[in-house]
Design a protein around this ligand. Structure first.
Ligand code: SAH
Length: 369
């Protein structure tokens, strides 16, 4: 049976309306039920004590509300919080909450595991377990609203486990649930989809009327170099991805993990500047999370800064970020891997998507800023 939490607001309303009518319940109940899905959520209908007990029982029997089970919650010295959620079928996913001034950015997962196997990423080592349902994606925010100490994220980024554009139907619904005023009500400009550039779904995302932000995980400025660290390059070539990104009417961010000796050379800098300029993109430079794939070494903090400066000199907006939550393995994919849950004897290896800007004397132009 479909869960109400898997439906966009209009469809959930229609389903409940029909159900209430069938039971002979008054229509005004609808206005009491709908906010309990997302806006003022309850874990069980039994907790919605403004409703008659018999109705609550019937709802819990016929429209049970699924939930994620919090298995681990860790807080970093820098305030970053990492959650490991257990799903109903035993799979595990992670979210990371990153406070920064008045912003609370939640990094969410779109798949359990990931099939892409990027050379530098921890999640890739476990392969794809399965796609998440829409409720499991948006549910990562819903669970935070439920408490014990309720938190409402101001920003959401799809930079946790998985490739969102390989799970498009569920992600499409989850985007609606995150953004819709009758659901979680987070502004589209505060929601960032991060992708390696899956062309068919990228075209679908571009068709959405909401102003969702797009981050492209670039990591190499040429197709040949990208091929050495991102197997997806065989399927969707960089020139085509850049063309698709160009057709996106909105400002795009390039994500670029700086790996010493691999993609941090002067020629890489020049080429990155060239393509960022022609795409009108800003660049987020990310330090490779330490303990990464064997043989891959993070570029130094100095190189990160000089790379950013080189981009700016060439007229490209660039932000050098620094890692957050290192002491709690806050990089997505890391916690599940460390708990021996990865489906193999993989080393604890980070998946660095937990970054904050290093203030380098200029305003941050990060999409979440
Ligand atoms: N599959 C999507 C979203 C998940 S990855 C994507 O690729 O965009 C989120 C971001 O974290 C991506 O930019 C990814 O390349 C980056 N990332 C992965 N492993 C990393 C590591 N070890 N260090 C730093 N960033 C990493």
């Amino acid at each position: 049976m479909t869960s109400l939490l898997d439906l966009a607001p209009g469809a959930a309303r229609a389903a409940l309306e029909a159900w209430l009518a069938h039971r002979g319940d008054p229509a005004y109940r609808l206005a009491q039920l709908l906010p309990r899905l997302w806006r003022r959520p309850v874990r069980r209908w039994a907790d919605a004590t403004d409703l008659p007990a018999a109705l609550r029982q019937a709802l819990d029997a016929e429209w049970p509300l699924p939930s994620l089970t919090l298995e681990v919650r860790q807080t970093s010295r820098d305030g970053t919080e990492k959650m490991l959620w257990r799903l109903p079928d035993g799979e595990a996913i992670e979210s990371v909450l990153i406070p920064e001034g008045s912003r609370r950015t939640l990094c969410i997962s779109s798949q359990a595991g990931c099939p892409l196997r990027c050379a530098f990423c921890a999640t890739g080592t476990m392969g794809l377990k399965r796609n998440l349902a829409a409720w499991e994606i948006a549910g990562q925010v819903r669970e935070l609203l439920l408490g014990p100490e309720p938190v409402k994220p101001t920003n959401v980024v799809f930079m946790g486990m998985g490739e969102p554009l390989l799970n498009w139907p569920a992600v499409a619904t989850a985007l609606t649930l995150l953004n819709h005023p009758d659901a979680l009500g987070i502004g589209a400009r505060h929601i960032t989809v991060s992708t390696v550039g899956i062309l068919p779904s990228l075209a679908e995302l571009a068709k959405r009327p909401e102003q969702f932000r797009l981050a492209l995980s670039l990591h190499a400025p040429t197709s040949a170099l990208r091929l050495t660290i991102m197997p997806i390059e065989k399927r969707y070539r960089l020139p085509d991805v850049l063309e698709a990104v160009g057709a996106f009417r909105r400002r795009v961010t390039f994500e670029y993990v700086l790996i010493a000796g691999v993609n941090d050379r002067e020629e890489d800098l020049a080429e990155l500047a060239r393509i960022a300029k022609s795409a009108g993109a800003m660049v987020n430079l990310l330090p490779l999370h330490p303990g990464g794939a064997p043989g891959l070494v993070p570029a130094s903090q100095r190189r990160l800064a000089s790379f950013a400066a080189g981009l700016r000199r060439r007229g490209v907006e660039a932000v050098a970020r620094r890692s957050r939550g290192l002491d709690i393995a806050a990089a997505c994919g890391q916690l599940r891997v460390m708990r021996g849950d990865a489906g193999g004897e993989v080393p604890p290896e980070p998946h660095g998507d937990v970054h904050e800007p290093v203030r380098v004397g200029e305003r941050s132009h990060h999409p979440d800023a």
